[in-house]
Design a protein around this ligand. Sequence first.
Ligand code: ATP
Ligand code: MG
Length: 190
Amino acid sequence: MSESEIPSESPLSEDGMRVAKSLVLVNTGHGKGKSTAAFGTALRALALGWPVAVVQFLKSGDWRVGEESMLRKLGVDWFAEGDGFTWDSENLDESAALAGAAWEKAKSLIDHGAHRLIILDEISYALTWKWVDTDDVVSVIQHRPELVNIILTGRDMAPEVIDIADTVTEMRQIKHAFEQKIVAKKGIDY
Ligand code: ATP
Ligand code: MG
């Protein structure tokens, strides 16, 4: 990265604005658009040549194939169950084990600091169900390398995470095709 890209920690300008070295964003709410907004931001990061990583906290199954294949082609490091991290499910509920393994992966990526944008997709459920320790997530985010931007997505994001985020957006559902019994549409919903 070029030196000019990273402004030094400058004193407040006359208008009181300052430059942050990185940001924490939360996309939450019950409306559609949380993950797709995160992936849209990934395009902006990629345009700058930033290394980008995505960690998925829920099983993706057949859906998500669209954005995953395209973002991988663009060089995004994509980590999902069975591909990027695995777990020993002997003693644990499978979802809990998956979430725990996803968080271990995410934590090592954040601490390593090689990616300028890391998307923790659907992490909120792992916090809600206490599969992942919220205090640990907050601490790792707060102590992250200074140039690492993080986006966390998912409904009902833990208030502790919202507290430490810089930008929090709640997608509010006004209508969703699903309510009219319209099934998820490939190319639009996945
Ligand atoms: P997207 O991935 O489209 O940005 P999202 O991340 O906001 O959606 P999720 O809860 O992760 O929402 O759900 C992902 C999938 O479920 C997408 O196919 C999305 O269209 C669909 N979906 C999102 N919100 C709703 C809803 N309120 N009712 C039914 N399906 C929904
Ligand atoms: Mg989503």
